[in-house]
Design a protein. Structure first.
Length: 294
């Protein structure tokens, strides 16, 4: 991005009034601004506050497709970045933008860096965040995987199943919580046991609002429904909090056809032979009925 002409002229004077500003945008829509100047600055509808104690290390930028990265260091405070929010994962993958700004005239600024938060560590009341550039996304593997199970995520652009379809989502209050991992709800007579297994649980309100987890078990007990997550949520969920349960999918062809009636969008290869298919003799086959080997 070309540097602002007025800022370039200001730098050419040799006597500058520069500061650095960072804007952090979380996945839940919260936007926070920080600056190393000694007074607040504002632009693009964001107030950049100096009292957060945030500072940044040198920015490493490369040509080509190499990943740009830097680090940010700051103190944990309830007014800015809190330890509870970090533990809850609210900053995971948050977008970061960094500017060099003429604090005497914030209209003179240059966007130096744009990326996301990677590894985030907490040490003795402070945090250290690794910040990765936009080229980091190119490190993700692409293409299709040849496997029997479906490679799509339930409800995504490949699956195309509408999760708002009646009978596939439940929202209601939780009656008891054990360790932010096991959730006890009233009985759900409209949903058979295991219906939400491999699905997703989302907290709608309270201190954990917006947090979600993958469902490990969905059990029906007399007068109750018990949902267990693979990992506990990063914040406490109190009785009475509203939960959203989304149906689960085990990626099998039969499930896609019978549970979702969505077989046209199945993204797996159910007839893919096993690895040892070429060495199997007729008498060793698990299906000796004369049909096709699956």
């Amino acid at each position: 991005m070309a540097m602002d002409a007025d800022l370039r002229a200001h730098l050419a004077t040799g006597c500058t009034t520069l500061a650095r500003c960072w804007a952090l945008a979380r996945a839940d829509g919260t936007v926070m601004g920080f600056t190393d100047h000694d007074r607040p600055l504002a632009f693009e509808g964001i107030e950049f506050r100096p009292e957060t104690g945030l500072s940044a290390f040198a920015l490493e930028q490369n040509t080509g497709l190499a990943v740009d990265n830097t680090e940010a260091l700051g103190a944990l405070s309830d007014a800015a970045i809190s330890e509870a929010d970090i533990a809850a994962g609210r900053y995971d993958g948050a977008e970061i933008r960094a500017w060099v700004v003429n604090w005497a005239d914030p209209a003179q600024r240059h966007l130096q860096f744009r990326g996301t938060i990677g590894a985030l560590a907490r040490v003795e009341g402070a945090f250290r965040a690794e910040i990765r550039g936009l080229a980091e996304a190119l490190n993700r593997p692409g293409g299709r995987v040849f496997q029997r199970g479906c490679a799509a995520v339930l409800g995504d652009a490949q699956c195309r199943f509408d999760l708002s379809t009646p009978g596939y989502v439940h929202e209601g209050p939780v009656t008891a919580v054990e360790g932010a991992r096991v959730f006890r709800l009233p009985a759900l007579p409209g949903f058979e046991p295991g219906w939400f297994g491999r699905g997703r649980l989302i907290v709608r309100d309270g201190a954990a609002a917006g947090l979600s987890g993958h469902i490990k078990r969905d059990l029906a007990e007399p007068g109750a429904r018990v949902v267990e997550l693979w990992q506990p949520l990063g914040a406490e969920v109190g009785p009475g909090s509203v939960l959203r349960l989304e149906v689960g999918c085990d990626k099998r062809l039969e499930t896609c056809r019978l549970k979702f009636a969505n077989i046209l969008n199945f993204r797996g290869f159910p007839d893919l032979p096993e690895e040892d298919w070429i060495t199997v003799l007729p008498g060793q086959s698990a299906e000796p009925g004369g049909g096709s080997r699956r």
